[in-house]
Ligand binder design. Structure first.
Ligand SMILES: Cc1cc2nc3c(=O)[nH]c(=O)nc-3n(C[C@H](O)[C@H](O)[C@H](O)COP(=O)(O)O)c2cc1C
Length: 317
């Protein structure tokens, strides 16, 4: 069964939660376009997240999800809110949500943790999750160590629950490849930053259009929460400090402010702009609906264009 059948949506595509960015309005836009929009609760408090849920409900009658950021100081409050508001799909980021899974399931929520390793995914499977979002280190935001290409088939082999592919996906041919490797759907983040409806600063969007394959880097590797960002002056400064072991509390506090400078003020040099490696493939700002429709259309074309090569493989038997 594909993800869209499991969730009652049009396309098997999840919008990756993006802290500070994917609010209720954006999640509703994605859900109305046929994917599953997901509100990122990030480090927002319960009142703010409740407001975003109500905004989403006022803008769509389609299902949408909520991402629980496990490093938030408000985790317990947001768990209560998810249950009170009966959110149909919960994704989780950064660390394991295992102690909350039973409560989510009792409340009727489907749970899809974002996971970067097979060991962690197998552990969560025992707690009764509905599926796993296998996220490779190509992705924007917090990252693990394995690439999507190697992580995905290993997750599919090791788990009984459905696996969703994430990290480095922005085209239909990649969706077809993910399905061929056993995924039941995909999650996309970076390409949705380059949508007309996304509320980030224009400079951030332009940086995505300008980016090449090697224009991102992973910073804060020694903090337990490494993050892939655009390689700019600030990122280079962090890398230098990591070499000298001089990342301290003050730097970490500024790394949060740096997100605001990058995402909303468009400070290309001294701001932080989380970005996936696939930015190099993105060369156009499009409406969300067109992004999703194009991925599905190209996915079918990619499959059709394979037939010649597959026929040749058949002859090799
Ligand atoms: C700006 C940004 C913020 C993100 N914030 C979160 C988050 O709060 N929670 C989470 O689970 N994942 C977060 N992610 C990961 C995305 O949800 C998604 O899995 C990832 O972007 C997919 O890879 P891609 O960027 O290559 O498409 C973030 C990614 C980006 C680019």
């Amino acid at each position: 069964m594909l993800l869209n059948e499991m969730l009652g949506i049009k396309y098997p595509i999840l919008q990756g939660a993006m802290s500070l960015i994917t609010d209720g309005k954006f999640a509703a836009t994605v859900s109305n376009a046929g994917g599953l929009g997901i509100i990122a609760s990030g480090e927002w408090d319960k009142n703010r997240v409740r407001e975003e849920i109500h905004i989403a409900r006022s803008l769509t009658d389609k299902p949408f999800g909520l991402n629980l950021y496990m490093m938030s100081p408000y985790v317990e409050d947001i768990v209560d809110l998810i249950i009170e508001e009966k959110i149909p799909v919960v994704t989780t980021g950064a660390h394991s949500p295992e102690k909350y899974i039973k409560r989510f399931k009792e409340a009727g929520c489907k749970v899809f943790p974002v996971v970067a390793s097979v060991t962690m995914a197998k552990r969560m499977e025992r707690f009764g999750i509905d599926g796993v979002i296998a996220e490779g280190m190509e992705s924007g935001g917090h990252v693990g160590e394995a690439t999507t290409m190697s992580l995905l088939p290993q997750m599919v082999k090791a788990l009984k629950v459905p696996v969703i592919a994430a990290g480095g996906i922005a085209s239909g041919s990649q969706m077809t490849a993910a399905l061929a490797m056993g995924a039941k759907g995909i999650q996309i983040g970076t390409i949705l930053l380059a949508s007309e409806e996304c509320n980030v600063h224009e400079n951030y969007k332009k940086a995505i259009l300008k980016a090449h394959d090697n224009d991102t880097t992973v910073i804060l590797k020694n903090t337990g929460a490494p993050v892939r960002v655009l390689k700019n002056r600030l990122a280079r400064k962090y890398l230098e400090m990591e070499k000298n072991n001089s990342i301290d509390e003050e730097v970490l506090k500024d790394s949060f402010d740096a997100l605001f400078r990058g995402i909303f003020q468009g400070d290309l040099e001294n701001g932080s702009m989380p970005l996936g490696q696939i930015a190099g493939l993105i060369d156009e700002i499009k409406p969300v609906k067109e992004i999703l429709n194009d991925i599905i259309r190209e996915s079918v074309l990619a499959y059709d264009s394979l037939s010649d090569n597959i026929n040749k493989l058949k002859e090799m038997k």
